[in-house]
Ligand binder design. Structure first.
Ligand code: NI
Length: 137
């Protein structure tokens, strides 16, 4: 059977602060600049959730994209959308909520919720110009 990749793009707003409590304030200001602002700041995140697998002879689908949307909303968006990532989301209690780490956490949660035979890749946009990709390595 042919293999295809299918993608659902989702959106969430969230606030964060990049700060490593193990380092000095000076180190944090130098490393993170404005992103170290103690009063937090927000981003409009866009995330492309891509699954790859065989096209079913029965449905013609790799995966029903509406189901992928529902799983993504339940597993990720319900926890991150309109949240302060540092304060509201236990995933980031000991993890700096950089776009890299947000992508890794989202990947782990989605991986556990999706059929094992589908490969999963995320592309997470923090700004229209900056994104990271993660596929589980
Ligand atoms: Ni930021």
């Amino acid at each position: 059977m042919p293999r295809c990749s299918v993608t659902r793009r989702v959106h969430f707003n969230a606030a964060h602060r990049l700060h490593n409590p193990k380092q000095s304030d000076e180190w944090n200001r130098r490393t993170y600049g404005k992103c170290n602002n103690p009063n937090f700041h927000g981003h409009n995140y866009e995330m492309d959730v891509t699954v790859t697998g065989e096209v079913s002879g029965e449905t013609g689908y790799v995966m029903d994209l509406d189901e992928l949307k529902r799983i993504t909303e339940r597993v990720v968006l319900s926890r991150l959308d309109h949240a302060n990532l540092n304060v509201d989301v236990p995933w980031f209690r000991d993890v700096i909520p950089s776009v890299e780490n947000i992508a890794v956490v989202c990947w782990r949660e989605l991986r556990a919720a999706l059929p094992a035979e589908l490969a999963l890749r995320l592309r997470l946009w923090e700004t229209p110009r900056n994104y990271v990709e993660y596929e589980g390595h």
